[in-house]
Write a protein that binds this ligand. Structure first.
Ligand SMILES: NC(=O)c1ccc[n+]([C@@H]2O[C@H](COP(=O)([O-])OP(=O)(O)OC[C@H]3O[C@@H](n4cnc5c(N)ncnc54)[C@H](OP(=O)(O)O)[C@@H]3O)[C@@H](O)[C@H]2O)c1
Length: 382
């Protein structure tokens, strides 16, 4: 029986992880769950799966604490408390929480030699180099949950990295790919929150609409697979049935095809090194034509910024991910327009003074710099 911890269990990936586990209950024991503030759902999940320890970042009210206590569930809300959940005998951490706070459990889990099923992308983008250095001296490994990276991980199994010519991430294009600049200015959070192919959390849905998500995935791929930036490409594929492709040096291309559903990569990561049934199958009877198009990177501003940050290296990726987090929140709060998100990110990145990021303390300084610069831009001071 695999002993696991799920951080971000109340979110889109977290809930789908629990759905897969509920189909294979005898194979998994959930030791703890974690969320930010969704107390009721966390409580119900803990009860359903017999979990006795939970992490809730925002302190529960007295009533809520009593509710957990009445079921014998301990609630932790400090970083120390979070780490104590990872000090147990764990086989896998499912890191499904959103945001840059995930850097702390990710690094801690690697230091403790725990395998990580990684959905969160902010942490690997912010501290990819630190993660890779730590992995060299750790017995833990990362299985990517992001569908594109999970596809590439599967395709690489049994192949040699030295034989790769290119890794290719597919991109559905998001809801506004064919919109005019005038239409984009009018996009509201409600409009941006309806993605045509994937049902995801709020933040990643906006990133998918601006295409910053694809830029993030390029950076994520760079750190996860450690190939040259020039070997990472993006291919438009609106049907989102092929998630990743690898072109080998002899010209052979291998592609991974799967239903557009996060439960596929989740089941792969939970079952690893074996396979468990996701319950999903491709519908060959209704398979439509598959379309592909090479994107014009110059026109896709968010993708261009992400490539630039990756080329510039040092603290640029960490700065980018934090600046995006703040500006997407400003869009939700109605402070800026949809098109301002990438415009302001571009301006913020141009003002960043890079530093070498070799510790979490340095990452925190970069995050503070991103906060300072984006807030000045939001106030109109820069
Ligand atoms: N959704 C997808 O299909 C998908 C695909 C690939 C990658 N990802 C990545 O996976 C991550 C999660 O995405 P999502 O779509 O599942 O997001 P989501 O639906 O917004 O859920 C986020 C989860 O993280 C929790 N959380 C947020 N901040 C936290 C903190 N500081 N400490 C503890 N828990 C915290 C939330 O708790 P509350 O509910 O209490 O707020 C919630 O459980 C993101 O990094 C995203 O980019 C998602």
């Amino acid at each position: 029986m695999k002993k696991i911890v799920i951080l971000g269990s109340t979110g889109s990936v977290g809930q789908q992880t629990l759905e897969v586990i509920s189909q294979h209950k005898s194979d998994f024991q959930i030791l703890s769950l974690g969320a930010k503030r969704n107390c009721n759902l966390l409580f119900n999940q803990a009860k359903e799966f017999g979990v006795k320890k939970v992490f809730l970042k925002d302190c529960p009210s007295i009533d809520e604490s009593e509710k957990f206590a009445s079921e014998g569930i301990q609630v932790f809300n400090s970083r120390k408390g979070l780490f104590s959940l990872l000090d147990e005998d764990i086989d896998q951490l499912v890191l499904a929480m959103s945001g840059t706070d995930a850097v702390y459990p990710l690094i801690y889990a690697i230091e403790r030699g725990i395998d990580v099923a990684l959905a969160n992308k902010e942490a690997i983008i912010a501290c990819g180099e630190i993660v890779n250095n730590k992995l060299m001296n750790s017995k833990s490994s990362i299985i990517p949950l992001d569908s594109e990276h999970n596809a590439l991980y599967q395709l690489l199994d049994g192949n040699k990295k030295k034989d790769i010519a290119k890794i290719i991430l597919t991109c559905s294009g998001g809801p506004f790919f064919n919109s005019s600049p005038e239409e984009l200015v009018e996009v509201t959070p409600e409009m941006a929150l309806s993605h045509p192919r994937w049902d995801m959390g709020r933040k990643i849905t906006i990133d998918s609409a601006t295409l910053m998500n694809k830029g993030f995935e390029v950076i994520e791929a760079y750190y996860l697979f450690q190939v040259a930036v020039s070997e990472i490409e993006v291919l438009l594929h609106p049907e989102a049935l092929i998630h990743g492709l690898i072109e080998f040096k002899d010209g052979t291309v291998m592609a991974e095809l799967a239903p557009t559903d996060m439960k596929m990569p989740i089941a792969y990561a939970l079952g690893f090194p074996d396979r468990i049934d996701s319950g999903l199958r491709l519908d060959w009877h209704n398979m439509r034509k598959l379309h592909f198009e090479i994107p014009d990177k110059e026109k896709l501003i968010a993708l261009k910024i992400a490539y630039q940050c990756l080329e510039l290296g040092e603290s640029y990726p960490a700065f980018l991910v934090k600046a995006d987090e703040i500006l997407v929140e400003a869009f939700f709060e109605g402070k800026i327009r949809f098109t301002n998100i990438t415009e302001m990110i571009q301006r913020a990145v141009s003002l960043h003074q890079p530093v070498k990021v070799d510790s979490l303390e340095k990452i925190e300084l970069v995050f503070k710099d991103a906060e300072k610069i984006t807030k000045q831009i939001l106030k109109g001071d820069k």
